[in-house]
Design a protein around this ligand. Structure first.
Ligand SMILES: Nc1ncnc2c1ncn2[C@@H]1O[C@H](COP(=O)(O)OP(=O)(O)OP(=O)(O)O)[C@@H](O)[C@H]1O
Length: 238
């Protein structure tokens, strides 16, 4: 479902002409199977978000190849990436990226609007997901009128709106209390079981990692090892 082959990534930082090159990821080989939940853990600065941003097409690898859903996405243009994301990827990021001038309902609905789903078909889908994440009663609130946890749930509803086969999540429960965290983890488990949704989750939280079939550790930009559940992916250990 996702394949990273010999990924290296370096950032150039500092003023133009005086850049310093900082290597962040080294020789990453990773294969995420369809229907798998993979957690990526590691210290702050170890390269977790960079890895997720590469899988999302927000940054390009310095070298190596990335395949997602059977397609070599390494050289896609920004426009091609935008279409590819809409068709294949859902995102749960720490920053909710809600649009302040739109209500919770309108924010959640946005992917359906972008895809051109007719108005008559949108409402049931939006309300179904808003109910699933426990936010339906706040449908007409603007983001500024919602708590951090409520905003996060709106962004989760939005990320799942098009039933993406792959969801990439960066600290998805970061600003949730324990009840809402449990609810979101149940949603993740449920989608994985019922729809076979593939998840890659970055987390510091053992509760979140506990839903994963496999946990990978990034250490100083190297992928260290896999903790397996049930021995299913023994051949995948790096
Ligand atoms: N756009 C960028 N330009 C320059 N350096 C960057 C950029 N993004 C990340 N870095 C550097 O790359 C390294 C890895 O960052 P990254 O955000 O991937 O780590 P992380 O493991 O996700 O950390 P955290 O757990 O704190 O979010 C850090 O040293 C960071 O300073």
């Amino acid at each position: 479902m996702i394949q990273l082959h010999q990924i290296n990534h370096r950032f150039a930082i500092g003023k133009k002409g005086k850049e310093r090159v900082v290597p962040v990821l080294h020789d990453i080989d990773l294969r995420v199977e369809p229907g798998e939940i993979v957690a990526i853990v590691g210290r702050s600065g170890s390269g977790k978000s960079t890895l997720l941003n590469l899988m999302s097409g927000y940054i390009r690898p310095t070298s190596g190849e990335i395949h997602v859903a059977g397609r070599n996405v390494t050289g896609l243009s920004e426009g091609e990436w935008a279409n590819f994301r809409l068709a294949h990827l859902g995102f749960m990021f720490q920053s909710f990226q809600l649009i302040p001038g739109m209500t919770a309902y309108e924010n959640a609905e946005l992917p359906l609007v972008l895809r051109g789903t007719p108005v008559s078909k949108r409402k049931a889908r939006v309300m179904e997901l808003m109910e699933q994440v426990g936010i339906a009663e706040f449908a007409d609130h603007y983001p500024g009128e919602l708590s951090g946890g409520q905003q996060q749930r709106v962004s989760v509803a939005r990320s799942l709106m098009l039933n993406p086969p792959i969801v990439l999540a960066d600290e998805p429960t970061g600003s949730l209390d324990s009840d809402n965290e449990r609810q979101l983890l149940d949603t993740i488990r449920g989608l994985n079981k019922e729809r076979g949704t593939t998840f890659v989750l970055i987390t510091h939280d053992d509760q979140v990692a506990s839903v994963a079939h496999r946990t990978l550790t990034l250490k100083d930009g190297y992928l260290m090892h896999a903790k397996e559940k049930g021995g299913l992916y023994a051949h995948e250990v790096h």
